[in-house]
Design a binder for this molecule. Structure first.
Ligand SMILES: Nc1ncnc2c1ncn2[C@@H]1O[C@H](COP(=O)(O)OP(=O)(O)O)[C@@H](O)[C@H]1O
Ligand SMILES: [Mg+2]
Length: 261
């Protein structure tokens, strides 16, 4: 079994509805998987199941060669897995009553047992590297949406995770902030180097094509296409993926043109 994260045949059922129906994939250290698919296709559920934030109905998963899910059962201490998989959501990632610096040192001190002065130094270095140092003493309510997401990414990286899960972290932002967050994601991967596996849920096809190693397209709980990023648009074969790619390539004009039909 290789390093990074591997999952096979993951299934998730919510109240009798199958939301994930046998999803398999893997992301090696240093690689990035971009997950795309319509709203409700199961992208967030997949990330939450991999991070053990949600019970899984079936399937297996391995982290750095160690199996932690077996036929839907968690077979190791979930705390040790959650510590090595960091998840950043679309909204509300930061503790509102703590400054940026306090947000960044809490996990390393509490969960990793790093001494406070060392955690503070590491957080300072990370914030500096991601051009966030000027925000260190600010509180989340005073940050723009883009700044808050960049801090959330810095905080996630400070946990030195094996896997970083980014769930639509740019979806609620204005275009300018989207770029700054995408730059931060790029810097984060450079800082973490080839020890980090990233799974990124995004609607930004061009970014996914240029940044990811592979792109997976989920439709109704099934990965219907999984291809190297550079050949995704040309070689994806399923009907939902082709529709999505065609719309993206046609751009907003066709979206306006076809609306109301
Ligand atoms: N806690 C939940 N209880 C019941 N259904 C849920 C729950 N979370 C998600 N779902 C359903 O699972 C499906 C997939 O959701 P989700 O993984 O959030 O999709 P995506 O992230 O691709 O938009 C949706 O139909 C959603 O309504
Ligand atoms: Mg989602």
């Amino acid at each position: 079994m290789t390093g990074g994260i591997v999952w096979t045949n993951l299934a998730k059922c919510f109240d009798g509805t199958d939301v994930l129906r046998g999803v398999s994939g893997s992301v090696k250290p240093g690689e990035t998987l971009a997950l795309m698919g319509r709203s409700g296709s199961g992208k967030s559920t997949l990330l939450r199941c991999l991070a053990l934030l949600e019970p899984t109905s079936g399937g297996s998963a391995w982290l750095d060669g160690e199996q932690y899910l077996d036929d839907g059962e968690v077979i190791v201490d979930p705390v040790t897995i959650r510590r090595r998989i960091s998840l950043v959501f679309q909204h509300l990632n930061l503790f509102p009553t703590m400054s940026v610096l306090q947000n960044c040192i809490l996990g390393p001190v509490r969960a990793l047992g790093i001494e406070k002065s060392k955690a503070r130094a590491q957080a300072g270095d990370m914030l500096e590297a991601l051009s966030l140092a000027p925000l260190m003493d600010r509180y989340p309510a005073t940050l723009s949406g883009g700044e808050a997401q960049r801090v959330a990414i810095a905080r996630a990286l400070l946990m030195r995770p094996a896997v970083l899960l980014l769930d639509e972290v740019t979806s609620a932002l204005d275009p300018e902030s989207v770029y700054s967050v995408l730059e931060t994601i790029q810097s984060a991967r450079e800082i973490a180097g080839n020890r980090l596996s990233i799974i990124l849920v995004t609607h930004l096809l061009r970014f996914a094509e240029s940044f990811a190693t592979h792109i997976g397209f989920l439709d109704q709980g099934v990965i219907v296409d999984l291809l190297p990023a550079e050949s995704f648009s040309a070689e994806a074969r399923s009907v939902p993926t082709r529709k999505f790619v065609a719309r993206e390539q046609a751009g907003w004009k066709s979206a306006v043109h076809t609306s109301g039909r």
